[in-house]
Design a protein around this ligand. Structure first.
Ligand code: AMP
Ligand code: MG
Length: 320
C-alpha cells in the first residue's frame, strides 16, 4: 500500500482484489483437504484461562474476565490436545493475538493479530505430521493453481506445485550452515530469521528443520530419547519467505508436563485446569500450526504480510 493511498483505496485495488480472493481459495482448499482426511473442525476459543506462554519473544495479551485473569488466545495447543484426545483428528482456524516485540515491526511477516490453522492428531508421530503438512500444502497450491490463475497473473506470481517429500535438516545441521555465513549461534539459541531465510533460499524449495533443543521450544513438546532435544519441527518456505509451520509431538503425561513446566521456570498453578484434564488421561498427539496470512503471503508472493490481512496490526502499530 502506498503511503498516500487510503486503506479503502487499497482494498479496491486490483492487487487487494487478487490477494483476498487467493486468501479465500486457500482457506477453502485447506478445509476441503482436511475434511477428506476425516478431520473435525471446531470453532476456536477466543479467550481462555490457559494459553501458550512460549512465543519466541512475544507476550500474551492479558484480559480480566469477571475479575479472573485470562488471555486472548495466543495458540490453541492445550485445547487441541484435549480435543484430539476426544475426536482423534481435529483443527480450528484459530484467531491469535501476540504482542510481538517492536524489532519485528518491519519483518514483513509478523502481525499482532493473525489466524493459525491449528491441527492435531491422536496417535500420530512427528513423521506423520510432516507428511500430512506436505500433502496439505501440495493440495492447497494445486487447488489455487486450478482455480485462481487470473489472480496469480494479476500479481505476477510464478507459483508451482512443490515436490514432496520436502528436504529435511536437523537443528544441528542448521548450526553448521550458520557457520558458513559467519553467524555465531550457540547450541540452544533460536535460529535467527536471517539464517532461516538464507537456508531456505539455498534449499531451493520447502525445508524442514527438526530436533530443536529443549531450550528453543515450549515445555509441551515431547522430549527425544537423548533428553536434549524435543520431537519438533519447523517448516520454512522457499524463496526466503521464512517460517511457515511449527509443530511436533506433545507431552501428555501429567507428571512429566509438571516437571517440564517447573524446569521452564513457570508456575504449574497457571496451567492447573489443563493439568487436571491431563490427569484424566490425554492421548499422545502430534500436530502443528500454520499461519494463514503467511501462507497467503507466500502464495501471493507479497513481501508485506500486512497486505494479505484485512485491517492489519503490525507490532507497535495498532489501527482499525
Ligand atoms: P508458533 O507455534 O509460535 O511457531 O506459531 C505457529 C505459526 O503461526 C508460525 O509458524 C507462523 O506461521 C504463525 N505465526 C506465529 N506468529 C505470527 C505472527 N506474529 N504473525 C503472523 N503469523 C505468525
Ligand atoms: Mg514457530
Amino acid at each position: 500500500m502506498e503511503k498516500t493511498e487510503t486503506y479503502l483505496e487499497y482494498l479496491k485495488s486490483p492487487e487487494a482484489q487478487a490477494v483476498f480472493r487467493l486468501s479465500q481459495a486457500v482457506t477453502d482448499s485447506l478445509r476441503e483437504y482436511l475434511r477428506t482426511c476425516g478431520f473435525v473442525e471446531f470453532l476456536p476459543p477466543v479467550v481462555s484461562s490457559v494459553t501458550d506462554p512460549g512465543l519466541r519473544g512475544a507476550e500474551r495479551l492479558p484480559v480480566s474476565l469477571y475479575e479472573t485473569r485470562a488471555y486472548v488466545m495466543s495458540s490453541m495447543v492445550f485445547h487441541k490436545q484435549v480435543l484430539a484426545t476426544a475426536f482423534s483428528r481435529i483443527y480450528s482456524f484459530s484467531p491469535n493475538v501476540r504482542l510481538e516485540p517492536a524489532r519485528n515491526a518491519d519483518s514483513g511477516r509478523h502481525l499482532v493479530e493473525f489466524c493459525q490453522l491449528d491441527l492435531e492428531e491422536a496417535g500420530a508421530s512427528l513423521d506423520d505430521s510432516m507428511r500430512l503438512a506436505e500433502d496439505m500444502i501440495v493440495a492447497t497450491v494445486s487447488s489455487v493453481l486450478d482455480r485462481c490463475r487470473p489472480f496469480l497473473d494479476a500479481l505476477d506470481r510464478d507459483l508451482s506445485v512443490p515436490k514432496v517429500p520436502f528436504q529435511r535438516i536437523t537443528y544441528d545441521d542448521a548450526l553448521r550452515e550458520a557457520a558458513k555465513y559467519d553467524l555465531e549461534i550457540r547450541y540452544g539459541d533460536e535460529l535467527p530469521q536471517t539464517l532461516e531465510a538464507q537456508i531456505s533460499r539455498e534449499a531451493g524449495g520447502f525445508l524442514w528443520v527438526t530436533d530443536y533443543p529443549k531450550s528453543c521450544r515450549s515445555f509441551y513438546y515431547r522430549q527425544s530419547e537423548d533428553g536434549g532435544s524435543v520431537r519438533s519441527m519447523d517448516l520454512l518456505y522457499p524463496e526466503g519467505f521464512g517460517e511457515a509451520i511449527s509443530g511436533g509431538e506433545r507431552e501428555y503425561r501429567p507428571d512429566v508436563i509438571t516437571k517440564r513446566i517447573l524446569e521452564a521456570g513457570l508456575d504449574p498453578a497457571e496451567f492447573r485446569e489443563f493439568l487436571a484434564m491431563a490427569d484424566t488421561g490425554l492421548r499422545p498427539t502430534s500436530g502443528f500450526g500454520i499461519g494463514i496470512e503467511r501462507l497467503v503471503r507466500y502464495i501471493a508472493g507479497e513481501s508485506e504480510i500486512a497486505r494479505v490481512r484485512p485491517f492489519p496490526k503490525t507490532p507497535g502499530r495498532i489501527t482499525m
